[in-house]
Design a protein around this ligand. Sequence first.
Ligand SMILES: NC(=O)c1ccc[n+]([C@@H]2O[C@H](COP(=O)([O-])OP(=O)(O)OC[C@H]3O[C@@H](n4cnc5c(N)ncnc54)[C@H](OP(=O)(O)O)[C@@H]3O)[C@@H](O)[C@H]2O)c1
Length: 284
Amino acid sequence: MKILITGASGNVGRYVVEALINMGESVVAAGTNVEKLKDIFENRVEVVKFDFEDEKTFDNALKGVNRVFLMRPPHLGKPEDIYPFVDSMKSHSIELVSFLSLMGVEKNPIPPHHKIEKYIEKLGIPYAHIRPGFFMQNLSGIHSVEIKEKNEIFIPAGNSKTSFIDAADIGLAIAALLHQPEKYKNTAHTITGPEALDYYEVANILSSVTGKKIVYKKPSFLRYRSYYINKRGLDKNYVNVTVALYFMTRMGTAKKVTNGFYELTGRKPRTFYDFARDNIDAFL
Ligand SMILES: NC(=O)c1ccc[n+]([C@@H]2O[C@H](COP(=O)([O-])OP(=O)(O)OC[C@H]3O[C@@H](n4cnc5c(N)ncnc54)[C@H](OP(=O)(O)O)[C@@H]3O)[C@@H](O)[C@H]2O)c1
């Protein structure tokens, strides 16, 4: 039987696919843009057209599938956007769904992940939630524009600390869960990087790796929101969710360091220094 990977072209999904291929699993990479998936994975996996907003795509995507990696695309801000597909997984008798959730949501009902976890559990689908800290790829991806162009980190996280994790490590941990569905049935795992850093420390690491003087700007929520919506032109729903997440971060919810990644994979998680060095082009 096959494993369906939603968001297979995304930060985490692409690493879930690679890790499962290495484990010898049959994988179906899913997304709205099939051509993009073919470019990324060439002929190494089956690809399928799948859209959370189009129920007609669900049955075909779930054909011959008994396990699913489920992620919520960032622009789908309402948990209800994901429910129709969860209903479909139930009717297809999926044996394990690993949902890409978020550290701390078991105690925090505000992020959409909280309700999605609860909905999966309510339907009785065997689950293995993965609750990672913030991705290192936020710095090399969405926030790299200001780092490259202005030598600034423009994130409204105050003086808080974050236990950043590499999306490649998250992908490996998810693959470990999906590879052993019986073992991990009805479990939840909080995984983080090896240390909690504030954004001044992140700026120092990026400065030492790139040789540029990179500074942390520490904007207010209002300045950040207005800049990302009006100047960067990003989706309002997406920006609003990130404001809520950085608000939580300031409350200290992103700083916990756990042993979860080691427990699932037997490996140590990657440090931010090593990540920055290996992805230096994203910051120059
Ligand atoms: N960033 C963080 O620090 C962090 C921390 C913890 C949890 N998370 C959670 O991680 C999730 C994001 O994961 P990611 O960063 O791997 O994603 P991502 O890189 O933003 O990629 C989004 C993926 O969603 C797919 N997609 C977009 N619209 C779709 C639709 N209508 N139907 C089906 N697929 C669609 C895209 O593929 P196509 O273009 O092919 O459709 C793409 O593969 C979010 O739920 C976020 O809250 C993020």
